[in-house]
Design a protein around this ligand. Structure first.
Ligand code: ZN
Length: 338
């Protein structure tokens, strides 16, 4: 009960990549880079095991960006054709690569990463992949003509990748869909269908991480416009509850998202965010137990998985490690007291 896990990324150590940056460049190259990534994954898995985290992750230390690293392995995208695009419903503008032809995946993208992490831990492993809608909100389209069709093409590719990762020993596949709260109508119209396509026939547990994003300035400015109660999930959770996904995340620590919204997810396991991705404060065990207790007002405790709110790439290694330790200890205290 109260099996703890991490929502997504963990900071890459400063000997491996520029620290506290979302797309900090690598400091190593070639075989040394691969060895360094393996070492960083090994250290984070050990930290999670020591902290009492049940389902461990590689911390996404093999990637510079959760979407673009995946896209670098996909054909049909011209990385040199840059299009200026409003991201997350025009929350900010970025120059992004452009889809110029039919999308294909010539070879696996994360298989070597998974084979390595499977070889070093007996814990259940979760591996995260970008979700179809979020990919389509991070890349421009000059081929498919509409987002729903392009998202379905990505869903098919993600499904092929996920099947190979499962065959290599992954226990939970998670899709990251931070775009879900920017396009709530599209989530209902086609977003959940593309997720269901991405998880088709996997034969393991599946999860989706939705969130209000990292603590970067553009997101902070946007969050300041949302008022005291953030209700975007009210529009999408009923549709997500009907999807075939097993687990859904919710950021509950230091959040304006009402925890009561999990009442819409009565058929799902819930990754309850108990540590925020803020850089300056580490939650206490008691605060984590209080968040779990609050969730228990709306969901059976058997469905509650204590988790981090979001990815921790942009915060310092030491703070992230303290939060991982707090999360494991808080889950343990919850097991004893709730
Ligand atoms: Zn997130």
């Amino acid at each position: 009960m109260f099996d703890a896990t991490i929502a997504g990324s963990l900071p890459r150590p400063d000997w491996l990549a520029e620290p506290e940056k979302l797309k900090g460049g690598w400091k190593l190259q070639g075989a040394e880079l691969r060895e360094g990534q393996n070492r960083a994954a090994r250290e984070w898995i050990k930290h999670q095991e020591d902290a009492g985290i049940n389902t461990v992750t590689d911390g996404e230390v093999y990637r510079t960006h959760f979407v673009h690293t995946f896209l670098e392995g996909i054909e049909g995208i011209d990385q040199n054709v840059k299009t200026l695009m409003g991201i997350r419903d025009n929350r900010y503008n970025l120059e992004v690569p452009t889809v110029t032809g039919k999308l294909t995946r010539p070879k696996p993208i994360h298989l070597e990463d998974v084979k390595y992490i499977r070889s070093i831990t007996k814990h259940p492993i979760k591996f995260t992949l970008p979700g179809p809608m979020t990919i389509c909100d991070t890349i421009a389209d000059a081929h498919y003509g509409n987002r729903a069709d392009m998202a379905m093409a990505f869903a098919e590719i993600l499904n092929e990748e996920a099947k190979e990762l499962v065959a290599a020993g992954v226990d939970i596949i998670q899709f990251d869909e931070p775009a879900f709260n920017a396009f709530t109508d599209d989530v209902v119209a086609w977003g959940c269908d593309t997720l269901d396509r991405a998880i088709e026939g996997l034969g393991v547990k599946t999860a989706v991480h939705v969130c209000y994003g990292y603590g970067i300035q553009e997101n902070i400015d946007w969050k300041n416009t949302l008022g005291d109660e953030w209700l975007q999930y009210d529009a999408i959770f009923p549709a997500m509850n009907k999807s075939n996904i097993d687990q859904v995340s919710l950021e509950c620590a230091s959040s304006h998202v009402p925890i009561s919204l999990i009442k819409h997810l009565k058929d799902k396991e819930l990754m309850i965010g108990c540590v925020a991705v803020t850089p300056d404060k580490v939650e206490t065990q008691e605060e984590i137990v209080a968040t779990i207790k609050e969730a228990m007002k709306y969901a059976d405790k058997e469905r509650i998985l204590p988790c981090s709110n979001c990815g921790m790439t942009p915060i310092s290694y030491d703070i992230a490690l303290a939060k991982v330790n707090a999360l494991g200890a808080g889950a343990e205290l919850a097991r004893k007291t709730l």
